[in-house]
Design a protein around this ligand. Sequence first.
Ligand code: HEC
Length: 182
Amino acid sequence: MKNFKLIIVLVVFATLVSCNNKRKPQVQYMPDMYESVPYAPNGAEGLNGKPVNSKPVAGTIARGGHAAYDIADTNEGYEKAKAELKNPLEATEENLANGKAMYTIYCTSCHGKKGDGNGVLSQREKFSGIPNYKDRDITEGSIYHVIMHGKNLMGSHASQITYTERWQIVQYVQKLRKDLSK
Ligand code: HEC
């Protein structure tokens, strides 16, 4: 009987001890999901004790890259881009094909498949004043500028399309414009 009491006491004690910290699970599955890894600004001490450096790797261009484009969203900026900015990509079939794919996603809804301004949003009168490319005096530089900054009712597409994709679209818009002028 004495032993029995002792066993009860031990069991109760063991139970209490094992549950002494209900709030903190002993094993955490994927702890990063509970305790987030904080982002530290450049120069601050990171988790490994070394200063954080999240600057882009040399020679790369940040996605969306407003920072990489320093021509201002002004009339002067537009004219400068129109006159001076050149497409750095080669005019290859591959670039053209990708430009067409991207144009189809981001531009046809307003500008239409052929670039005549007859896209779905134009037909449904959701957007007015969408030009036919052949009626605009545009250059590779001005097209890029307008993709970056938008123009009046057209918004900027800089954050959706990468640097390379933008220039591929430029190549495709120039092709559409040429075909429209035939
Ligand atoms: C929501 C509708 C809409 C979408 C989407 C759109 N545009 Fe436009 N775009 C316009 C309108 C409206 C104008 C006329 C702006 C003006 O001159 O007032 C325009 C004008 C232009 C011009 C002529 C600008 C100039 O210098 O005269 C170009 C080039 C152009 N868009 C290219 C594009 C490209 C490339 C895309 C896709 C990445 C695109 N647009 C997506 C509505 C749109």
